[in-house]
Design a protein around this ligand. Structure first.
Ligand SMILES: N[C@@H](CCC(=O)N[C@@H](CS)C(=O)NCC(=O)O)C(=O)O
Length: 217
């Protein structure tokens, strides 16, 4: 296996890769930050398509291994650094709940939320991978009740993914505010790693904005 310090993280500020930045901060591990200025379209260029042919962030490279898709990135990194305790071990029954919510995110939550927002019909229940929007939101809300985290008292990498996602989806009005979801977002976002990421992303976003404007001038 590649050296654990040989990690490159492909990131654009204020995007789905921001949660991975929080995860790396929580893990407390060294990595190379490779930023992409989306305002300037850097993610669409050939150089980045060689990393992720979908031209999306996040992505990481660990030695020769390229990992794309945010849930895969979270799973990979949390398992790579087990001492941080952010992923239940394969022998731990909590792993089942952890994997369920990691996968539910991309296979049910995102499509349900985006379909609802764009007023797209999910189609017949039997053909819809997420059944229906209300069921998805109800399952997430139940999973966070009583909380405080998806695994009960135990904070995990899944909470970084879900705290980030519920933060932007409630923030942009894609998911209706709800006391359970809102207090969960506040709890997760109050962690120092989130605050470190938010400050660093704000600075990076300002730099990218200025560079894009200078390039367009
Ligand atoms: N399915 C991908 C989605 C990632 C994604 O949509 N990332 C956005 C940023 S939030 C992106 O890279 N957008 C650039 C574009 O599509 O041009 C994942 O879960 O990693």
């Amino acid at each position: 296996m590649a050296d654990k310090a040989d990690i490159t993280f492909y990131h654009a500020p204020n995007t789905r890769s921001s949660g991975v930045r929080v995860l790396l901060e929580e893990l407390g591990v060294p990595y190379r930050l490779h930023t992409l200025n989306m305002r300037a379209g850097e993610h669409l260029r050939e150089a980045y398509r060689a990393i992720n042919p979908m031209a999306k962030v996040p992505a990481i490279r660990h030695g020769d291994a390229l990992v794309t898709e945010q849930a895969a990135v979270y799973l990979y990194l949390a398992d790579l650094f087990p001492d941080a305790g952010l992923a239940p071990a394969t022998t731990d029954p909590a792993r089942a709940v952890y994997l369920r919510w990691m996968v539910f995110y991309g296979s049910c939550f995102e499509p349900a939320v985006i379909d609802r927002h764009l007023k797209r019909e999910p189609g017949p229940r039997a053909m819809s991978a997420y059944a229906d929007y209300d069921s998805v939101i109800a399952r997430v809300t139940e999973a966070l009740t009583p909380g405080p985290y998806l695994l009960g008292d135990r904070f995990s990498a899944a909470d970084i993914l879900w705290g980030s996602a519920l933060g932007w989806t409630t923030g942009f009005g894609l998911v209706a505010p709800d006391p359970v979801l809102t207090s969960y977002v506040e709890r997760v976002r109050s962690r120092p790693a989130f605050q470190t990421m938010a400050a660093a992303d704000a600075q990076l976003a300002a730099e990218h904005e200025a560079a894009a404007k200078a390039g367009a001038a």
